[in-house]
Design a protein around this ligand. Structure first.
Ligand SMILES: O=C1O[C@H](COP(=O)(O)O)[C@@H](O)[C@H](O)[C@H]1O
Length: 309
């Protein structure tokens, strides 16, 4: 694990819509910086609750979709139109509604799927070895997609350096498909690995390893709701517990951000940047305050993003 990394930056918002709008602006800023510096924007997405939080990206002014290269930080080994597919969730939430060239959205190669996977993707495999080989092949091919994309952008380094990786936090502290106590937590060779025994269904998946996560310019977690309180507090207040989310600490100059709502942050003692976003009704009443709050948020985000660039 890298030893030179900045502590996570925690942003809290009273309600989810404010979190989502701020996240969209944060992504826009990350995109604009990346395009100015490197001519393109490399982003990885997660599944679970994350895709729905990206809906405000649709129609957001300033997004240069033709410059985006989109990957998935983890993916379930199911067809791309399956209800468990992270690709399908992101497509439904926003990718299908924006003018991004299809070849710039990098999904797993379903042509590598065995007949049995196509027929019943979430069934327990009859032949364990064949199932493992299939998953390894899918993970390796996805790693090749990463290599090809980053090499074509002049980034042929030992690791891909994503401009932004968007992550979720499972109730057990997992992120991507990196689960507490799993051997994959210490996989130090590969960029993309298979997992055949995910404790959360479906069992068979592929996932970025920490080799990718901890070489990104920015990782941003998104977590909302009371159900996430205890885990979030454990991750931020007791990082020594080593939950998978706590281990996401990109090497300098990389940064980790957390976008959470007040409900999720209720038990956290870790220092917060609190955004008292003013809603539309209150905006009329105290426009100066609105401007101040917005200005403060922008200044803080700009400073944090600049530090990571
Ligand atoms: O299984 C997964 O879970 C995590 C967390 O999901 P959430 O619904 O608790 O936000 C998600 O980030 C990951 O991509 C997904 O495959």
């Amino acid at each position: 694990m890298p030893n030179s990394s900045s502590p996570p930056v925690l942003y809290t918002f009273p309600e989810v819509p404010q979190l989502q709008n701020s996240l969209a602006n944060f992504i826009l800023k990350a995109q604009t910086d990346a395009i100015a510096k490197r001519g393109s924007f490399t982003i990885a997405l997660s599944g679970g609750s994350l895709p729905n939080n990206l809906k405000p990206l649709v129609g957001l002014e300033g997004i240069q979709w033709d410059k985006w290269q989109v990957f998935f930080a983890d993916e379930r080994i199911v067809p791309l139109d399956h209800e468990d597919s992270n690709y399908a969730a992101c497509a439904k939430a926003f990718l299908d509604h924006v003018p991004i060239p299809r070849e710039q959205v990098h999904a797993i190669n379903t042509e590598l799927f065995a007949e049995s996977t196509l027929k019943d993707p979430t069934a327990d495999p009859a032949d364990q070895d064949a199932s493992e080989n299939e998953a390894i092949e899918i993970a390796d091919e996805y790693e090749k997609q990463l290599v090809t994309c980053f090499a074509s952008q002049g980034n042929a380094a030992r690791y891909p350096t994503f401009d932004l990786i968007l992550l979720g936090m499972g109730p057990d502290g997992h992120t991507c498909s990196l689960f507490p106590g799993h051997a994959l937590l210490s996989d130090s060779d590969r960029w993309v690995a298979e997992i055949l025994d995910s404790p959360k269904p479906p069992k068979r998946r592929i996932t970025f390893t920490y080799q990718v996560l901890n070489h990104a310019f920015r990782c941003a977690f998104v977590a909302a709701g009371e159900g996430k309180q205890d885990t979030l507090s454990k991750i931020l207040d007791q990082p020594e517990e080593g939950l998978p989310c706590s281990r996401v600490r990109p090497a300098s100059p990389g940064l980790v951000f957390w976008f959470v709502d007040d409900a999720a942050a209720a038990k956290v003692k870790y220092p917060k940047t609190v955004f008292k976003w003013i809603n539309e009704t209150e905006m009329d009443a105290s426009d100066d305050l609105v401007s101040e709050e917005r200005k403060k948020m922008k200044t803080e985000m700009d400073a944090a993003v600049k530090a990571a660039s």
